[in-house]
Design a protein around this ligand. Structure first.
Ligand SMILES: [Zn+2]
Length: 328
């Protein structure tokens, strides 16, 4: 465990893990979050903030599934690998509450009724098709575009988490704007192929890529041997705390790393593999095999499927040998 100076308040810790924190009416010692155990205990997902947490004692109890603990602090500390303390002020939870996320100015869906033509729309759609993205995927993932505002001339990918818009990213489609990817500020969750970020189905296999176009390429493949498969993108070569928390070991059966073939990609996913191993003591972490020479969206569907089905258990040593990268 790290030193005390590096500790974070319980409310902040929960937010980093993707939970919205609410204060309980008049009792300033109690906060509420949507219960993370209801689903595992067979009650369906909780949207009603049923898990009550006493900040003073650390006791927590769900009013529906009756999951309880005497020390929520220890549980979250274990998950995050750092010291978690009582919030500085009982009002901290309220003060730091994030404003509601809205889609950027000028956002349009490709297939809404009043949006069937237009030169900018056509150019944006041509770009997506040239990257292999199908109309079905565009609709399913609510992918849109902007022709005005800060995100003008960008494809916009909304990212949902537990049914709420969490963030979005914009990808230039003209070939003339820097940066190519414009990310909204704030916490970075996984982009996943689950519609509306409903959370991973039980016993799912998650294929982890660096970018959205690669995850979309994976989604276009059919797998016969894997059970429920989720394709997810870290939106950068590093995995974030929030993303680690999303890959909950009680739900995810296996995580398959599908790194980009360049050096930052291989390095970043090597670190991600280690972090996942530390967290996923019981579930498997593996890596596509052989390590790809090209990015997933430049491979044929058969090639993508074959290297996923040929995956090996993750180990730092075999990764280092295959990629010629010396672990730091
Ligand atoms: Zn519950």
């Amino acid at each position: 465990m790290e030193m005390n100076e590096n500790s974070i308040g319980l409310d902040v810790a929960l937010k980093r893990q993707g939970y919205e924190v609410r204060q309980h009416g008049s009792d300033t010692n109690e906060i509420r979050v949507c219960c993370m155990f209801c689903q595992q205990l067979g009650h369906g997902q909780d949207f009603r903030f049923r898990l009550g947490i006493n900040l003073k004692t650390g006791q927590a109890h769900c009013f529906r599934c009756h999951w309880k603990t005497r020390d929520i602090y220890r549980l979250i500390e274990k998950q995050m690998g750092r010291r978690v303390r009582q919030p500085d002020s009982v009002y901290e939870a309220k003060k730091t509450e994030d404003a509601q996320v809205v889609l950027p100015e000028g956002f349009e869906l490709f297939f809404s009724i009043d949006n069937q033509e237009g030169a900018i729309r056509t150019k944006a759609l041509d770009y997506l098709h040239s990257r292999g993205v199908t109309d079905e995927q565009i609709e399913r993932h609510h992918i849109g575009f902007c022709s005005v505002g800060r995100y003008a001339w960008r494809i916009v990918f909304p990212i949902y988490h537990r049914d709420k818009l969490f963030t979005f990213i914009g990808r230039d489609f003209t070939g003339r704007q820097e940066p190519k990817f414009l990310n909204r500020k704030g916490a970075k969750p996984l982009w996943t192929s689950e519609e509306h970020g409903q959370g991973m189905p039980l016993d799912s296999t998650v294929i982890l890529y660096e970018g959205i176009f690669k995850a979309l390429a994976g989604e276009r493949c059919r797998f016969f041997t894997l059970g429920p498969v989720i394709h997810a993108a870290t939106l950068g070569s590093q995995i974030t705390d929030l993303q680690l928390a999303q890959l909950c070991p009680q739900v995810v059966k296996e995580i398959v790393l599908f790194p980009d073939p360049d050096r930052p990609g291989l390095n970043g996913f090597l670190k991600a593999g280690r972090a996942l191993m530390a967290k996923h003591y019981s579930s498997g972490v593996s890596v596509v095999w052989p390590l790809p020479q090209r990015e997933a969206d430049e491979m044929s569907g058969d090639e993508v499927r074959r290297c996923i089905e040929g995956r090996h258990p993750f180990s730092v040593a075999s990764w280092a040998m295959a990629s010629c990268i010396i672990p730091e």
